[in-house]
Design a protein around this ligand. Structure first.
Ligand code: IMP
Length: 441
């Protein structure tokens, strides 16, 4: 007789979670305001993985990877595609089909094979009205604008929460798609014309265009939750790649100057459709200094010529929008907060080589708050954060190019980060190319 389970029902075969632990699922997450060089770290770790998945965001993300002297830029497709890995775009993502189709063509044109890409049926679709509304809202906000990438991200996630969104699976059924477009346009065109002074959208043209996208994307659309679950059960190594970064998280970032998705590591589970117990490692990626694009407070933003110098040395211009990134010194208060929110099991510190030009390097270890007190913890109240001043510890620079063996001053810089965060720094980026990474520890 088979063993009986709860309420006398026959017991089901136990799930094989233990097996999946043999080869861990690893989350990679940006620890600052984005552009930490995650693409490079994902690309590196992807070599030892079977599956690379994105769990949040859309074409507001941009990864630049330099491989074999060639530079590739991707927005939707996980960077693992350059390693020829199976790639997943999860349910927590928002997809602009026009951008995705262009990206598929771009990669194919450069000889990158993309036949093993899987797109979640449940991901939401960025429609032209989302892009127009994103632009319209920013225009109307004027000085109070967020500084979004204007890719329609906020309005798409808003419609998702409002339960008015169009999902990838809707593209597959022309009847459902047309019905949803009709319902949406009845309202969106009023907003576009009356509130934002934008041109209305036309149903027939839109339906035809999106049916075309559906034909292109159909081969990739699948149940990605099931696919990742099976991969983990088969003992495959899965990399879960977060887009944007911790301080842009909708709940815990520097709201309202954030993106509209869950960026932190905990978002990987719902964003893919697996349980949180399946995740074993969380690798944070932090730049050895800090950059930010868009508006919002930034305590360690550099005033004076070093701002420009750091931007030029680090090539700090946006991958998606080409905007100049604001540059600042490393902020360990914010990074400690990121360690708390994500539960890093290790940290990758990128672009350390960019700091080689500086004789002295300030690092923010505490904030001075408006009431005169100092804190090592990220302020919970936005006014404290907006008005805090960084308290710096200044470290000597190393003034030499970085190779495989870090000079003592560069080592001391890394050790300060480890001490302050109580997290091991396992990788240090020493140059743009794929191989310019030093493994520590
Ligand atoms: P959105 O994601 O386009 O709505 O933009 C919201 C905020 O997040 C803006 O400040 C953007 O500049 C910022 N942002 C979004 N994605 C990224 C990214 O991948 N890197 C850096 N900043 C980003």
């Amino acid at each position: 007789m088979p063993p009986s389970g709860r309420a006398g029902l026959p017991a089901r075969a136990p799930t094989r979670v233990a097996d999946s632990r043999d080869v861990p699922a690893t989350v990679i997450v940006g620890a600052q305001w984005g552009d930490e060089g995650k693409g490079k770290i994902v690309d590196l770790l992807a070599e030892h993985c079977d599956l690379v998945c994105r769990y949040n965001g859309g074409p507001n993300a941009g990864h630049k990877i330099v491989a074999d002297g060639e530079t590739y830029k991707v927005q939707h497709i996980p960077s693992g595609v350059l390693r020829g890995k199976e790639c997943v775009i999860g349910a927590g993502c928002v997809i602009d089909p026009a951008v995705l189709v262009d990206e598929l063509d771009y990669l194919a044109g450069r000889g990158v094979h993309i036949d093993r890409l899987h797109l979640s049926t449940n991901a939401h679709v960025i429609m032209p009205w989302h892009v127009a509304i994103d632009q319209g809202v920013e225009r109307r906000l004027g000085k109070l604008k967020i500084g979004t990438t204007k890719r329609g991200i906020g309005p798409t996630y808003a419609d998702k929460a409002f339960r008015l969104g169009i999902r990838v699976q809707d593209l597959l059924d022309p009847k459902i798609l047309r019905q949803k477009l009709e319902v949406a346009l009845a309202e969106k065109n009023v907003w576009l014309e009356r509130v934002y002074g934008a041109a209305p959208l036309e149903l027939e043209e839109l339906a035809a265009r999106y049916e075309n996208y559906a034909q292109r994307l159909r081969p990739y659309i699948t149940d990605t939750s099931l696919l990742v679950d099976r991969a983990l059960r088969d003992g495959k190594a899965v990399l879960l790649e977060g887009a944007h970064a911790t301080l842009l998280d909708l709940d815990h970032g520097t709201y309202p100057f954030v993106t509209s998705s869950t960026t932190i590591a905990g978002g990987a589970a719902p964003g893919i459709g697996i349980g949180p117990t399946r995740i074993d490692e969380v690798v944070g990626v932090a730049k050895a200094y800090v950059t930010r694009v868009g508006e919002g407070p930034f305590p360690t933003e550099i005033e004076g010529p070093d701002q420009e110098r750091l931007r030029e040395l680090g090539g700090e211009f946006g991958t998606v929008t080409g905007r100049e990134r604001r540059c600042g010194w490393l902020d360990l208060v914010a990074l400690r907060y990121a360690a708390r929110l994500n539960g890093f099991t290790s940290l990758a510190l990128t672009k350390l080589d960019v700091l080689s030009a500086f004789a002295e390097i300030p690092v923010c270890v505490r904030y001075l708050l408006p009431d005169g007190s100092e804190t090592a913890d990220f302020p919970a109240h936005q006014s404290d954060f907006h008005h805090c001043r960084p308290v710096y510890e200044t470290l000597p620079g190393w003034r030499e190019p970085l190779g495989d063996e870090l000079p003592p001053a560069a080592k001391a810089y890394v050790e300060l980060v480890e001490r302050e965060l109580e997290v091991e720094v396992s990788l240090v980026g020493t140059g743009a190319e794929r191989e310019r990474v030093v493994a520590l520890g």
